[in-house]
Design a protein around this ligand. Sequence first.
Ligand code: FMN
Length: 203
Amino acid sequence: MAAPKILIPFYSRTGTIEALAKAVAEGAAAEGAEVRLRRARELVGPDVIASVPGWKESADAMNARYAAPTPEDAVWADGVIFGTPTRFGSVASELKAYIDGLGGLWAQGKLNGKAGSAFAASSQPHGGNESTVISLWNPLAHLGFIIVPTGYADGVMFAGAGSPYGASVISGHPPAGPTEAELAVARFQGKRVTQVAKKLIAA
Ligand SMILES: Cc1cc2nc3c(=O)[nH]c(=O)nc-3n(C[C@H](O)[C@H](O)[C@H](O)COP(=O)(O)O)c2cc1C
């Protein structure tokens, strides 16, 4: 069987979701996947980005590392794992703009039957990670994805460092980055989506 293809489109402003995305990619690659990591671009104005020291430098550095996601990437993929920081309890507009650009593929049914999954970060322990992941399930359903949660399907899920909906980070403020336990859940999510994608390809 050809290697399953996994797309990880994410938005990250200060590197937390980038770190989680890399761990998801590691888990997918260890399961035999070919992986594309893609960063959605800024939507807020330069005044907003300039209002917090370090935001511009962080965004510029990530943009140098990752291409922006395209609709062709989604067509290419057998599974898509979306990553976003929590924005007032929901998905970041930058990632949502990428999803909203998939309308042409929706109209053609091109994403039907692919594996889809989501992960998130928040600064606060009760800041909305779970609602953010679930908010991504709404467009995934409309687009025809087979939604893949993390569940309690592996021992790493019992360390209290992710939810059964998807990997998540409580980054603190300023963001301190994922813990090893949070990264382990992300690796598992990449592995699990790849396993499901393989089964969907075989079916
Ligand atoms: C406009 C805005 C809204 C946010 N909303 C929330 C929120 O509702 N709950 C929360 O805990 N953190 C919130 N945060 C914090 C980020 O979700 C958090 O710092 C995240 O880890 C950043 O990920 P990144 O480092 O990948 O950019 C918000 C940040 C911004 C800029």
